[in-house]
Design a protein around this ligand. Structure first.
Ligand code: SAM
Ligand code: TMP
Ligand code: ZN
Length: 405
């Protein structure tokens, strides 16, 4: 039994993905050092309903100088964050001398637009390599883990923030109580904390189990986020569903009583209650659906191998570590993974040791099938790789079930 990292209640384990590596630890070939593994399992808190991992991976093992994920690798995401920045500039940041802090700014994908407008900002990210890329775009970055002490230091140096924003980062942080204490110190009385992360509602609906990996410590719902905010004198005042990364929710949190609560919050809470999202039975059924996907995917890939077909994968995503390790996909079933990220190319996927190659390897000699690990970027990728499909190539998808298109 694990203790809830938010409320101290008991967490009941519901789905076990077994032994998993660090999802972003791409290995240099012939590296004989021991690989790090942990047990990936997810449970629900009996008290506050927060879905969380049963085991924590030390943060320094995941986020460091060589963290390989560069947010700007996707055109769709660049557009999404440019629009996000413009939205803030027109609303919360339209007063005199506004100040915005971004937790997990990565390569500056959002803050570059804020910086270009000359608006005061600060990105905080512990991963030095991506932070340096952001600096090259004119973004101010502090290379650090955001937590209570960091927030207090920023407040002392820069004054209060109008907006604290984070995308695909808050779910990475087990120590959220420290984050909320920090927000209390850093936010203006009327300021907002806005964050967006994969939504448990979408994960269950699409059986997108690959959203569960070391870095994704929490799987949020409106209900669990509201309970967490309330523990710290904050209120969930708005929610917005986003189509990116396979379905996310953008949560807006403000000091209790400082803003009206939008009707969208009650609507999403009601929907979650109707679907039983906070119920153990819902996650157990999800676990059964996940096991079926494993059976179907392994059967399909084994059959293709028996037929002598060439299968590669597309997108060496962090998510794919869960799929590949849970399903036991190695170089015998998947020849290589095509990926645009230079830091991943020439390396081997964590745990399963499938070679990662640049997209040219995919284009030069089209395989028969491509397993779309980056299914969340399907539209962008399928449009870009039309010649593969035209030449008779087929995409294999496993969300929401195993199918070939
Ligand atoms: N915001 C970008 C996006 O949505 O594409 C980046 C998301 S990336 C998956 C998560 C980022 O959070 C990484 O760059 C990581 O270094 C950073 N991170 C992890 N823990 C953090 C913390 N405690 N404070 C600030 N950043 C953190
Ligand atoms: P993500 O799903 O976590 O955003 O990761 C996407 C991965 O897929 C990242 O390693 C970059 C890679 N990728 C490609 O190789 N080609 C593409 O067209 C896109 C959009 C991503
Ligand atoms: Zn709890």
């Amino acid at each position: 039994m694990t203790e809830c990292q938010i409320c101290g209640g008991q967490v009941t384990e519901l789905v076990d993905f077994g032994r998993q590596p660090l999802s972003d630890a791409f290995r240099v070939p012939n590296d004989s050092s021991e690989e790090f593994f942990f047990r990936l399992a997810v449970g629900l808190c009996d008290s506050c309903t927060m879905a969380q991992l049963m085991e924590q991976v030390p943060r320094e093992k995941m986020f460091h100088e060589d963290y390989p994920y560069h947010s700007s690798g996707s055109t769709v995401m660049r557009k999404h964050f440019e629009l996000t920045a413009r939205h803030f500039l027109e609303t919360e940041l339209s007063g005199p001398d506004p100040f915005v802090v971004e937790i997990g700014c990565n390569d500056g994908i959002m803050l570059r637009t804020v910086a270009a407008q000359g608006v005061r900002h600060l990105g905080v990210d512990p991963s030095g390599g991506v932070a340096e890329v952001a600096r090259g775009l004119g973004v101010q970055v502090r290379t650090a883990f955001f937590e209570e002490t960091t927030a207090r230091e920023i407040a002392a140096e820069h004054g209060p923030a109008d907006v604290v924003y984070a995308a695909n980062t808050i779910c990475h942080i087990p120590y959220l109580n420290s984050i909320f204490r920090g927000l209390d110190a850093l936010l203006q009385p009327s300021g907002v904390f806005v964050f967006e992360d994969p939504y448990l509602g979408d994960i269950v609906e699409r059986t997108s189990f690959d959203q569960i990996y070391d870095e994704h410590f929490y799987l949020f719902t409106a209900r669990s986020v509201r309970a967490m905010a309330r523990r710290h004198g904050f209120e969930l005042v708005d929610v917005e569903r986003l189509p990116v990364h396979g379905g996310e929710v953008r949560y807006t949190v403000a000091r209790a009583g400082s803003r009206p609560v939008d009707a969208a919050v009650e609507a999403l809470l009601a929907e979650e209650a109707a679907r039983g999202l906070g119920e153990p039975a819902t996650l157990r059924a999800f676990g059964d659906a996940v096991a079926r996907i494993r059976t179907d995917l392994v059967a399909l890939l084994s059959e293709l191998r028996a037929q002598g077909k060439r299968v590669v994968a597309y997108g060496a995503t962090a998510k794919s570590a869960t799929v590949a390790n849970y399903c036991g996909l190695g170089p015998d079933l998947v020849e290589f993974v095509s990926d645009t990220t230079p830091a991943k190319q020439g390396r081997l996927t964590p745990g399963t040791h499938i070679p990662v190659r640049p997209p040219e390897a995919f284009a030069e000699d089209h395989p028969d099938h491509a397993l779309l690990f980056a299914w969340n970027h399907a539209e962008e990728i399928m449009a870009k790789e039309r010649t593969f499909r035209d030449a008779g190539g087929r995409w294999i998808l496993y969300v929401p079930d195993v199918h070939v298109v």
